[in-house]
Design a protein around this ligand. Sequence first.
Ligand code: HEC
Ligand code: HEC
Length: 391
Amino acid sequence: MKRTLSVGLVGLLSVALACDGGSDSKPSKPAKSSAKGKAPSPTKGEGKPEADSKAAQAPADAGETKAVAWTWTLPGGITKAPEVPADNPMSAEKVALGHALFMDKRLSADGSRSCYSCHQNHLGNADGRKTAMGAKEKALTRNSPTIWNVGLHKELYWDGRAPSLEKQAIGALGGGNMGLGDTLAAKAAEIGALPEYKAKFTAVFGLAADAKVEPDHIAKALSAYERTLLCGDTAYDKQELTDAQKRGQALFMGKGGCMTCHNGDNFSDGIYHVTGIGIDASDEGADPGRFKVSQDEKQKFAFKTPTLRNVSKTGPYFHDGSVASLEEAVTLMSGGGKPQDGLTVDPLLLDRKLSEAEVEDVVAFLGSLECPGALEEIGDQTANGIAPPKG
Ligand code: HEC
Ligand code: HEC
């Protein structure tokens, strides 16, 4: 599709797109462009996009009228850029818009929390809680994962029920996290009409002057921002390890067998395993995990292998936050999970017979995966139920 559209066509195109619902099925590599893009700094230090001088067009079917300048600057240890859906090309302006939205508490039903509230810097970009508490103090059932490298996950959530960041964002907005429910579309229009946002949405998505901002636009901007949240350049990536960390690395990759599942740039195979941890299989109300999505009996109580980047800061651990310390988490994982009556754990999970000292070394190694970057906060980000930064 040509990028040059007459003003009249733009309106039509946005309408057509609104019906299409946003297909996430055709990921494409981010494109480079000759247009000069202002490189925002969504984070202090990590995954900063930069304008590139080589000419190339971005995928062009999102009702966006401007050529898009985008190229990835990947931190050390991240070898592949996040996949970008064809209908949501990256641009510096979109990322900046998504950043502002990610930090905006007005997006929640009661104004009590932003997306960032549960994905905070000082809590490893999670929330430090066992399980999350959403808008209107709604108790949620799962532990908040870190937001780093979410662009590298093929499927989102502990059970992978969201096939794209865009779909995940709609889930977070409409579901218990932000609590919008039926008011999602009205909220999107309200936020999109605010003076500080209106011109930005119009420019980024090529909207007609009188067009309403849709939940899809918000989800796309949030997702573009999230794709820039790349964690690399850690002590591990630079191989600047202490002796204990070196021993831990050898155990992680060898005797401990951790690499069989926690592998690749993001220390996750992206698939679902039964570990038995956080599950009382005899309890009828137990979280069925992946089974709820796949209806595959073998995936009953299976959860996605989480990233281990920043893990030393994201406790409590596991999908239900049932384990407080990293030592205990590593002890459970290296001990073969928690097999129970009527529940067979993944065959890759064996009792590796690590000594206490070896567990300590693995914990030290995991400390080498701490992310050096931080999300740039906008506005007051204290939220009820979430510990503020110390000091
Ligand atoms: C109330 C706390 C809370 C708020 C607010 C919140 N999240 Fe989350 N987030 C969570 C929890 C809990 C999960 C895991 C839920 C699950 O797996 O079922 C999660 C998961 C995610 C994931 C998937 C991570 C992964 O590893 O699969 C992304 C991406 C994400 N959130 C982005 C957002 C965005 C964008 C917003 C704002 C629209 C947001 N979150 C608001 C708590 C929160
Ligand atoms: C069979 C695949 C598999 C193997 C092998 C494995 N893990 Fe895991 N790991 C998982 C899954 C799946 C989860 C999430 C389980 C849950 O929350 O229900 C997990 C969770 C974790 C967590 C908690 C992370 C968080 O954010 O809550 C840590 C820490 C961890 N693993 C470390 C290790 C270590 C260290 C080893 C090696 C001793 C190891 N794992 C071996 C699959 C595996």
